[in-house]
Design a protein around this ligand. Structure first.
Ligand code: GLN
Length: 212
Protein backbone atom coordinates (compact mmCIF):
# COMPACT_ATOMS: atom_id res chain seq x y z
CA UNK A 1 0.00 0.00 0.00
CA UNK A 2 1.26 3.45 -0.81
CA UNK A 3 0.20 6.89 0.27
CA UNK A 4 -0.15 9.89 -1.94
CA UNK A 5 1.40 13.24 -1.13
CA UNK A 6 1.36 16.49 -3.10
CA UNK A 7 3.99 15.33 -5.57
CA UNK A 8 2.82 11.79 -6.22
CA UNK A 9 2.97 8.33 -4.72
CA UNK A 10 5.10 8.01 -1.58
CA UNK A 11 6.36 4.74 -0.12
CA UNK A 12 5.01 3.88 3.35
CA UNK A 13 7.02 4.97 6.37
CA UNK A 14 6.91 3.83 9.97
CA UNK A 15 7.73 4.98 13.47
CA UNK A 16 9.33 2.47 15.84
CA UNK A 17 6.63 2.33 18.51
CA UNK A 18 8.20 0.51 21.44
CA UNK A 19 8.76 3.50 23.73
CA UNK A 20 9.33 7.25 23.57
CA UNK A 21 7.96 10.13 21.49
CA UNK A 22 5.99 8.03 19.03
CA UNK A 23 2.84 10.18 18.71
CA UNK A 24 4.84 13.37 18.11
CA UNK A 25 6.76 11.76 15.23
CA UNK A 26 3.54 10.40 13.71
CA UNK A 27 2.09 13.94 13.86
CA UNK A 28 5.18 15.49 12.26
CA UNK A 29 5.12 12.95 9.41
CA UNK A 30 1.39 13.57 8.90
CA UNK A 31 2.08 17.31 8.78
CA UNK A 32 4.32 16.54 5.79
CA UNK A 33 1.50 14.68 4.03
CA UNK A 34 2.60 11.13 4.87
CA UNK A 35 0.40 8.38 6.31
CA UNK A 36 2.82 6.75 8.78
CA UNK A 37 2.34 3.41 10.52
CA UNK A 38 3.56 2.23 13.88
CA UNK A 39 6.16 -0.56 13.85
CA UNK A 40 6.27 -3.07 16.72
CA UNK A 41 6.59 -6.39 14.93
CA UNK A 42 8.90 -7.78 12.24
CA UNK A 43 5.95 -8.08 9.80
CA UNK A 44 5.24 -4.36 10.24
CA UNK A 45 8.90 -3.54 9.64
CA UNK A 46 8.76 -5.52 6.38
CA UNK A 47 6.02 -3.23 5.10
CA UNK A 48 7.76 0.13 5.50
CA UNK A 49 10.28 1.75 3.21
CA UNK A 50 11.72 4.00 5.93
CA UNK A 51 11.69 4.15 9.72
CA UNK A 52 11.85 6.86 12.39
CA UNK A 53 13.53 5.85 15.66
CA UNK A 54 12.18 8.20 18.35
CA UNK A 55 13.86 9.55 21.42
CA UNK A 56 13.15 7.87 24.72
CA UNK A 57 15.67 5.84 26.65
CA UNK A 58 18.20 3.89 24.63
CA UNK A 59 18.84 1.13 27.19
CA UNK A 60 15.12 0.41 27.38
CA UNK A 61 14.71 0.62 23.61
CA UNK A 62 17.61 -1.77 23.14
CA UNK A 63 15.95 -4.31 25.46
CA UNK A 64 12.57 -3.88 23.79
CA UNK A 65 14.09 -4.42 20.34
CA UNK A 66 15.24 -7.84 21.58
CA UNK A 67 11.95 -8.62 23.36
CA UNK A 68 9.92 -7.78 20.23
CA UNK A 69 12.27 -9.79 17.94
CA UNK A 70 13.11 -6.64 16.03
CA UNK A 71 16.85 -6.26 16.65
CA UNK A 72 18.15 -8.55 13.91
CA UNK A 73 15.43 -7.74 11.33
CA UNK A 74 16.09 -4.04 11.87
CA UNK A 75 19.85 -4.51 11.54
CA UNK A 76 19.26 -6.43 8.32
CA UNK A 77 16.98 -3.75 6.82
CA UNK A 78 19.45 -0.99 7.72
CA UNK A 79 22.34 -3.00 6.26
CA UNK A 80 20.27 -3.37 3.07
CA UNK A 81 19.94 0.43 2.80
CA UNK A 82 16.59 1.26 4.39
CA UNK A 83 16.33 5.03 5.08
CA UNK A 84 16.05 5.85 8.78
CA UNK A 85 15.84 8.92 10.96
CA UNK A 86 16.86 8.68 14.62
CA UNK A 87 16.33 11.36 17.23
CA UNK A 88 18.19 11.42 20.57
CA UNK A 89 17.91 7.83 21.88
CA UNK A 90 17.25 6.89 18.23
CA UNK A 91 20.59 8.44 17.29
CA UNK A 92 22.30 6.49 20.09
CA UNK A 93 20.86 3.20 18.81
CA UNK A 94 21.83 3.90 15.19
CA UNK A 95 25.44 4.65 16.16
CA UNK A 96 28.33 2.22 15.83
CA UNK A 97 29.40 2.90 19.41
CA UNK A 98 27.91 4.64 22.44
CA UNK A 99 30.13 5.91 25.24
CA UNK A 100 28.57 5.74 28.71
CA UNK A 101 26.01 3.20 27.55
CA UNK A 102 25.44 0.03 29.55
CA UNK A 103 27.76 -2.68 28.29
CA UNK A 104 24.85 -4.87 27.23
CA UNK A 105 23.20 -2.12 25.17
CA UNK A 106 22.83 -3.13 21.51
CA UNK A 107 23.98 -0.86 18.71
CA UNK A 108 22.42 -0.97 15.25
CA UNK A 109 25.65 0.28 13.66
CA UNK A 110 23.94 2.08 10.76
CA UNK A 111 25.93 5.28 11.36
CA UNK A 112 29.70 5.25 11.59
CA UNK A 113 29.70 7.55 14.58
CA UNK A 114 30.65 7.38 18.24
CA UNK A 115 28.12 9.11 20.49
CA UNK A 116 28.34 10.05 24.13
CA UNK A 117 25.16 9.41 26.08
CA UNK A 118 23.87 12.17 28.39
CA UNK A 119 26.73 14.28 27.05
CA UNK A 120 25.34 17.67 28.04
CA UNK A 121 25.76 16.64 31.65
CA UNK A 122 23.38 14.82 33.91
CA UNK A 123 22.45 17.97 35.77
CA UNK A 124 21.60 19.75 32.50
CA UNK A 125 18.30 18.04 31.78
CA UNK A 126 17.54 20.14 28.74
CA UNK A 127 19.08 22.78 26.57
CA UNK A 128 17.80 24.68 23.51
CA UNK A 129 19.58 26.36 20.65
CA UNK A 130 18.93 27.64 17.13
CA UNK A 131 20.95 25.60 14.65
CA UNK A 132 21.78 25.95 11.00
CA UNK A 133 21.13 22.48 9.54
CA UNK A 134 22.56 21.48 6.16
CA UNK A 135 19.74 20.73 3.73
CA UNK A 136 17.13 22.71 5.70
CA UNK A 137 16.00 25.94 4.05
CA UNK A 138 14.07 28.82 5.56
CA UNK A 139 16.13 29.65 8.61
CA UNK A 140 17.56 27.89 11.64
CA UNK A 141 15.99 24.93 13.41
CA UNK A 142 15.01 25.34 17.05
CA UNK A 143 16.75 22.36 18.63
CA UNK A 144 15.48 20.96 21.92
CA UNK A 145 18.01 18.72 23.69
CA UNK A 146 16.70 16.49 26.49
CA UNK A 147 19.36 14.42 28.29
CA UNK A 148 20.85 14.34 24.82
CA UNK A 149 23.94 12.69 23.39
CA UNK A 150 26.42 14.44 21.16
CA UNK A 151 28.63 12.96 18.49
CA UNK A 152 32.22 12.47 19.60
CA UNK A 153 33.61 11.29 16.26
CA UNK A 154 32.46 10.55 12.74
CA UNK A 155 33.73 8.09 10.14
CA UNK A 156 34.62 8.99 6.56
CA UNK A 157 31.20 8.46 5.04
CA UNK A 158 29.41 10.64 7.57
CA UNK A 159 28.24 14.14 6.68
CA UNK A 160 27.91 16.59 9.57
CA UNK A 161 24.56 18.40 9.24
CA UNK A 162 24.67 20.57 12.36
CA UNK A 163 26.82 21.59 15.30
CA UNK A 164 26.07 23.45 18.50
CA UNK A 165 27.02 27.06 17.65
CA UNK A 166 30.45 28.27 18.70
CA UNK A 167 28.71 31.11 20.53
CA UNK A 168 27.39 28.64 23.10
CA UNK A 169 29.81 28.58 26.03
CA UNK A 170 31.07 25.41 27.64
CA UNK A 171 31.94 21.91 26.46
CA UNK A 172 28.92 21.63 24.10
CA UNK A 173 30.29 24.44 21.92
CA UNK A 174 30.87 23.20 18.37
CA UNK A 175 29.77 19.63 19.09
CA UNK A 176 28.22 17.66 16.22
CA UNK A 177 24.49 17.12 16.84
CA UNK A 178 23.08 16.09 13.44
CA UNK A 179 24.56 13.72 10.88
CA UNK A 180 23.75 11.83 7.74
CA UNK A 181 25.33 8.75 6.22
CA UNK A 182 23.69 7.84 2.92
CA UNK A 183 20.02 7.08 3.64
CA UNK A 184 20.35 7.34 7.43
CA UNK A 185 20.14 10.60 9.36
CA UNK A 186 20.06 11.39 13.05
CA UNK A 187 19.74 14.34 15.39
CA UNK A 188 20.75 14.54 19.03
CA UNK A 189 17.80 16.90 19.53
CA UNK A 190 14.03 16.43 19.22
CA UNK A 191 12.60 17.91 16.00
CA UNK A 192 9.20 16.38 16.84
CA UNK A 193 8.82 18.70 19.87
CA UNK A 194 8.70 22.04 18.12
CA UNK A 195 5.99 21.84 15.44
CA UNK A 196 8.66 22.33 12.76
CA UNK A 197 8.48 19.34 10.41
CA UNK A 198 11.28 20.36 8.03
CA UNK A 199 13.58 17.53 9.19
CA UNK A 200 10.78 14.98 8.77
CA UNK A 201 10.22 16.39 5.31
CA UNK A 202 13.92 15.87 4.56
CA UNK A 203 13.61 12.27 5.79
CA UNK A 204 10.58 11.66 3.52
CA UNK A 205 12.51 13.15 0.63
CA UNK A 206 15.31 10.68 1.34
CA UNK A 207 12.84 7.77 1.49
CA UNK A 208 11.50 8.73 -1.96
CA UNK A 209 15.05 9.14 -3.27
CA UNK A 210 16.22 5.74 -2.02
CA UNK A 211 13.11 3.79 -2.97
CA UNK A 212 12.65 5.34 -6.43
N1 GLN B 1 15.52 12.25 25.03
C1 GLN B 1 16.19 11.17 24.86
O1 GLN B 1 15.99 10.40 23.91
C2 GLN B 1 17.19 10.87 25.91
C3 GLN B 1 18.13 9.75 25.59
C4 GLN B 1 18.62 9.09 26.84
N2 GLN B 1 19.45 9.96 27.63
C5 GLN B 1 19.37 7.81 26.48
O2 GLN B 1 20.47 7.66 26.82
O3 GLN B 1 18.84 6.97 25.86
Amino acid sequence: MTVTTGGGVAPPVGVLALQGNVAEHLDALRACGADPRTVRRPAELDEVAGLVLPGGESTTLSKLLVAFDLLEPLRARLAAGMPAFGSCAGMILLAREAIDARPDQHQLGALDIVVRRNAFGRQVQSFESDLAVTGIRGGPVRAVFIRAPWVESTGRGVEVLARVPGSVAGPASGKVVAVRQGPVMATAFHPEQTGDARLHDLFLHRVREYTA
